[in-house]
Design a protein around this ligand. Structure first.
Ligand SMILES: N[C@@H](CCC(=O)N[C@@H](CS)C(=O)NCC(=O)O)C(=O)O
Length: 216
């Protein structure tokens, strides 16, 4: 059975769990021995980050590399479009999530309990997230992906990052409104069973995490 090293709250681990659920792949989830980044864990996963997958003698780190591997090994249901140029555009969206939107959202995490946080920093970060969301809206407009209602690789990440945006908007009293096309995109993603099942388990963890951060 496939093993994944993961922790319950990690955004990228939740992204991976959506894919596993969507493809009906059985998995066993283990916490990273010694914690992520630890010497002990780095003996298994040299980069020390999460998630990582172990399939027999194969170890892969990075959610995107894992997703591509699983999509090839378990092709049904396909999570990339058939046509080569549509596949490239689906991958572009996925990379946009991992390298543009999510990193801006992540910058807010440490500010929740930081005594050094100022309204200015939060406002600047909120603007950076808005900019990334507007870039996504533009990408979606020009995106000729034709995979109908199918869930694609990158959408597993967006599903979780949108949940974080809701949480952080509330935590910082900083309304972030998704552009209309992004909101429609989100609603389409939410229709997938794998997404709703993961969010059902994940959202209570997010709320508990936020509560603990505020108290720390
Ligand atoms: N691009 C990586 C990002 C993964 C990532 O940021 N993981 C976090 C947990 S959500 C982590 O392991 N952070 C600690 C580190 O990178 O050392 C992926 O897609 O897997």
């Amino acid at each position: 059975m496939i093993i994944i090293y993961a922790i319950p709250i990690s955004l990228y681990c939740a992204k991976l769990r959506i894919l596993l659920r969507h493809k009906n792949i059985a998995w066993r989830e283990l916490p990273p021995p010694g914690g992520y980044g630890s010497v002990q864990y780095k003996k298994i996963v040299p980069s020390g980050n999460l998630p990582a997958l172990v399939d027999g003698s194969l170890m892969i780190a990075d959610s995107e590399a894992i997703a591509e591997y699983l999509n090839e090994k378990y092709p049904d249901p396909p999570m990339l479009p058939v046509e080569i140029k549509h596949r490239a555009k689906a991958r572009e969206l996925s990379r946009m999530h991992d390298t543009r939107l999510e990193p801006e959202v992540r910058k807010l995490f440490p500010l929740i309990s930081s005594p050094k946080r100022s309204t200015l920093i939060v406002e600047e970060q909120s603007k950076a997230i808005d900019d990334a969301l507007n870039q996504l809206a533009t990408l979606l407009k020009g995106n000729a992906i034709n995979c109908g209602e199918a869930l694609t690789l990158g959408e597993c990440g967006f599903a979780i990052t949108f949940a974080w945006i809701d949480l952080l908007s509330e935590a910082f009293s900083m309304p972030i409104t998704l552009p209309k096309s992004v909101e429609q995109y989100r609603l389409r993603i939410l229709q997938h069973r794998a997404v709703s099942e993961e969010l059902e388990e994940y959202q209570p963890r997010l709320s508990a995490w936020l509560k603990a951060q505020k108290q720390s």
